[in-house]
Design a protein around this ligand. Structure first.
Ligand SMILES: Nc1ncnc2c1ncn2[C@@H]1O[C@H](COP(=O)(O)OP(=O)(O)O)[C@@H](O)[C@H]1O
Ligand SMILES: [Mg+2]
Length: 583
């Protein structure tokens, strides 16, 4: 796992290698300084060296300090560059990966969790990486260097470490083993909080319309507090590290002063040596403290790394057909052969069961059914937004799984029920359908979708900026732009999932008339609530609870299909009453 993570350092490898080298340089200087110090005290001040010697050694000490400073600063900079580059690469691959996810992959993670993984988790990993680069080599080198020096100065006094280090190690082990699950929990709560924020921001208009601000406020506060609690629970364990460290450090210094002081009184130890020994003790304990910090930050980031890896390891469950052969749709025919489908991939819990259908190329098909009857689920299988659980779906002469996704979706345009436009101009958005569309083509598509007139009425026409998520147009206008965008793809199959629900009946029928005239060879599937939207279709599918209840022309269904007749009559009654009252 570490090796895989390291591959994301990529072009920043140079900095990643330089950092520890600089840091080791810094340590070497820091270890040498107390040695020079001892020389000054023992030879210069107490010995025979005198002022000259003291000044000379003092100058060397200052020089060493400057070199150490340079190495430290250079190492800090290189480490930061490497860590930020690493985070950038990691984020990019995560984002790439998410783009390959199918709908069901995304359902599995939830968007809030994906947001946390791309932001907080990457930041945690970045911090740990920087820390390890800067201190991961520095601390052990310092530990070893200072220990060697301390033992050389006075081996007997070094026995103090034999007591301090096991205490420290034990405490650290305890903290690490307990903290990991707590950090995982904390991150999970971050996910939920991000989901809440995201839902709120996307739905802020609805929140305001229903005056739910207070409720949303409270909801958010609860989640923020739950994050705080989890964080507190995890951090409170981790900060125990500090007092334990301090205890060991001051305990050791006390012991050294006591035993070392006695040795000095016995004349078996020089004062200068004692002072450098104390510096080494401080360095050793410092490096232990840094090591423990690395451990701690590693546990925090270990939880994050796991979560990042989960995303990177997720196999997009809708993938291109294997092999090089490029298949192309021969025509716009669609055939369902005993197709079953389940969102949960569970044969006991089918959303669509045993669908058999045959639609000839170029036909216009209406789809009617109550909400939840699986209309959307049915048509989503055609551009392979989800895969069938059982059976076979043949589109354009081949199983959908045999196409490259790009080739299939190029030819199957779907106007989703919950559609979105993106920030940018109307023209930019329409060009999603065809990057190279000319202005004439764009206009023609908009005319068919009955969008041209209202676009023209905007002062900036096709250059009108839509704002984030297309807020500047009404629901019905948005639907018509989405239809135009799909038309620009010049697909063999076009699917409208309740795409004219916010458009008035007259415009709706104009759109259908334009479709009949301009989309002669294109197979058209229209999901609608209104019978009037589908009654002139070649055939109509009546769906009920994931099963086909009827399939035929308007006249046939009126005779044979009860559900269809009921829907027709309830809608017709409204029209008749309207006609009567306005007569
Ligand atoms: N992403 C999803 N994950 C799980 N279940 C879903 C999902 N989308 C829809 N469903 C369920 O599948 C059933 C059919 O939904 P759908 O095809 O959207 O119906 P319709 O479009 O006819 O209103 C519903 O019971 C719905 O709750
Ligand atoms: Mg639907």
């Amino acid at each position: 796992m570490i090796k895989r993570l390291l591959s994301y350092v990529g072009e920043y490898r140079k900095y990643a290698i330089l950092t520890p080298l600089f840091m080791i340089g810094e340590v070497v200087m820091e270890v040498l300084i107390p040695l020079v110090m001892a020389q000054i005290i023992d030879n210069g001040i107490q010995g025979t060296g005198g002022m000259n010697y003291t000044l000379k050694m003092g100058a060397i000490m200052v020089m060493l300090a400057f070199i150490s400073l340079f190495f430290g600063a250079a190492g800090g900079r290189a480490g930061a560059v490497a860590a930020m580059g690493f985070a950038k690469n990691l984020r990019n691959s995560l984002f790439d990966k998410v783009q390959d996810f199918s709908f069901s992959n995304i359902d599995k993670f939830s968007t809030g969790s994906l947001v946390t993984r791309l932001t907080t988790d990457v930041t945690n990993t970045q911090n740990a990486f920087m820390m390890i680069l800067r201190v991961g080599f520095r601390a052990p080198t310092m530990l070893i260097g200072a220990t060697i020096m301390a033992v050389r100065v006075n081996a007997r006094l070094s026995l103090v470490f034999l007591v301090a280090i096991p205490i420290l190690g034990g405490a650290l082990y305890f903290i690490i083993s307990k903290a990991h699950p707590r950090f995982l929990e904390m991150l999970k709560r971050y996910d939920t909080m991000n989901t809440v924020v995201q839902e709120n921001l996307i739905g802020i208009r609805v929140v305001k319309a229903f005056v739910r601000e207070d409720h949303e406020d409270k909801k958010f506060r609860d989640h923020a507090d739950s994050v705080r609690k989890a964080q507190f629970f995890a951090e409170k364990l981790v900060i125990m590290n500090v007092p334990v460290m301090q205890l060991c450090m001051y305990g050791s210094i006390l012991a050294v002063l006591w035993f070392g002081g006695n040795m000095v009184l016995n004349r078996s130890f020089e004062i200068g040596e004692l002072s450098s020994f104390l510096s080494y003790i401080a360095q050793i304990l410092m490096s232990l403290m840094m090591l423990s910090m690395i451990f701690i930050i590693s546990i925090i980031s270990y939880a994050s790394v796991q979560r990042i890896m989960e995303v990177l390891d997720e196999t997009p469950n809708i993938q291109d057909a294997a092999g090089e052969t490029e298949l192309h749709l021969e025509d716009g025919s669609i055939e369902f052969r005993d197709v079953s489908f389940s969102y949960a991939n569970d044969p006991e819990n089918l959303t669509l069961s045993h669908i058999n259908l045959s639609i000839a190329s170029g036909q216009t098909i209406g789809i009617i059914g109550g909400t939840g009857s699986a209309k959307t689920s049915l048509v989503q299988l055609i551009p392979r937004l989800y895969d069938v659980l059982d059976g076979q779906l043949i589109v354009g002469g081949h199983d959908v799984r045999d196409y490259k996704l790009r080739d299939l979706r190029e030819e199957v345009a779907m106007v989703l029920q919950k559609n979105v436009l993106f920030s940018g101009t109307i023209r930019d958005n329409l060009k999603w359908g065809d990057e190279n569309a000319t202005d004439e083509e764009i206009q023609a598509a908009c005319e068919s979708a009955q969008a041209h007139d209202f676009v023209q009425s905007f002062p900036d026409g096709y250059n009108t900026d839509l704002g984030q998520g297309g807020v500047n147009v009404s629901g019905g206008q948005k639907q018509r732009l989405c239809i135009a965008r799909a038309l620009l793809k010049k697909p063999k199959i076009i699917i409208l999932d309740d795409s004219t629900s916010a458009v008035d009946t007259a415009t709706d029928s104009k759109i259908r008339a334009a479709f009949r005239k301009k989309l002669k060879g294109t197979t058209t599937l229209i999901i609608a609530q209104r019978i009037s939207s589908v009654c002139d279709a070649d055939k109509i599918i009546v769906l009920d609870e994931g099963k086909i209840n009827g399939f035929g022309t308007h006249e046939e269904l009126m005779k044979t299909n009860e559900i269809y007749r009921e829907v027709y009559e309830s809608q017709q009654k409204g029209v008749d009453e309207y006609a009567r009252t306005n007569a």
